[in-house]
Design a protein around this ligand. Structure first.
Ligand code: ATR
Length: 288
């Protein structure tokens, strides 16, 4: 390696990371590392393997260690929501934190940028989509669905239909978010597409090793956008089927990239760009 490619930190370097258990699967160090190198920032982003029983201590140690903040991933997102000193209304609504910023006074501030990342990616990749154009149909009722539903409602989508295999989870999501939402039984998913302007898969169906998502798209209006948040593989069976029928399609990689921007901006002082170079860099690691 030539000296040129060696990146050296100064004593003033800003430090951030990602807390998870396990954390080895996380792509965040690679993603933030790309931006730190691209912008030649004096900063580091490290994986932090934190066991659940050590989470509270690890979180309160951040300010003592001088960390600028961290991302939070599985299985800590919900627990951290109950441990922060301060959080924004999004966190209160969805009950999960993915981004922590340490304030200048040492306070632990929680945010959730998953919904933001989803919307930024949708707007970038499907510029024809308008929030007011019609209902959004969300397949799934997990943490991702919760963040996306909240973001869509906030952006002015007139109705969000939650279609989930386990009906009780859809009902619970609707109760918690308390907005223009309705639950639809899984077996009626094809009919739920009538009049919709957006279809989003937030289930694990279509992911490598999982069965494909089976859904008849016939009732979905021709102008509707189909967005799968699965990104391994990038082209899921749902996106292939939607593309073949002529729908604008959006893959899941961009949500992963855009949700990382607010944290990077807060910790390192620059709103980083999501460009093709970054997509290729992350895709190379996904084997996609
Ligand atoms: P996340 O927090 O990332 O959204 P999750 O909470 O594990 O992930 O949610 C996974 C979603 O995929 C759930 O909506 C799940 O449906 P259930 O609530 O019924 O479990 C959905 N899912 C997983 N496997 C499925 C399958 N074979 N058919 C239909 N839905 C499935």
């Amino acid at each position: 390696m030539s000296m040129k490619t060696v990146r050296v930190l100064s004593g003033k370097a800003r430090v951030a990371g990602v807390m998870g258990w396990p954390v080895a699967h996380s792509r965040s160090p690679r993603l933030h590392g790309y931006w730190l190198a691209k912008y030649e920032i004096d900063g580091a982003y490290v994986p932090l393997a934190v066991r659940p029983e050590n989470l509270a201590a690890a979180l309160s140690a951040l300010s003592k260690l001088g960390f600028a903040g961290v991302n939070v991933t599985v299985p800590h997102k919900e627990t951290v929501a109950g441990l922060v000193d301060e959080c924004n209304p999004t966190v209160l609504r969805i009950g999960a934190v993915n981004t922590v910023v340490i304030g200048s006074d040492g306070r632990v501030i929680g945010n959730n940028t998953d919904g933001y990342g989803f919307l930024e990616n949708l707007r970038e990749r499907a510029p024809s989509w308008r929030a007011g154009a019609g209902a959004a149909v969300l397949l799934g009722a997990g943490g991702a669905a919760r963040a996306i539903a909240a973001a869509l409602l906030d952006s002015g989508v007139p109705l969000v239909r939650i279609v989930n295999r386990t009906r009780a989870r859809a009902d619970e999501l609707i109760r918690v978010l308390d907005g223009r939402l309705e639950a639809v039984d899984w077996e009626h998913r094809a009919k739920a597409l009538e009049g919709a302007a957006l279809l989003v898969n937030t289930t694990t169906l279509g992911m490598v090793g999982q069965p494909p998502l089976a859904i008849d798209l016939a009732a979905l209006p021709r102008t509707a956008v189909v967005n799968d948040i699965v990104y391994v593989p990038l082209e899921t069976p749902l996106l292939t089927a939607a593309r073949a029928r002529g729908y604008p399609v959006v893959d899941g990689l961009g949500m992963l990239l855009h949700q990382a921007r607010p944290g990077f901006r807060a910790w390192f002082g620059r709103d980083p760009e999501v460009d093709q170079g970054l997509r290729d860099f992350i895709l190379a690691d996904l084997g996609a």
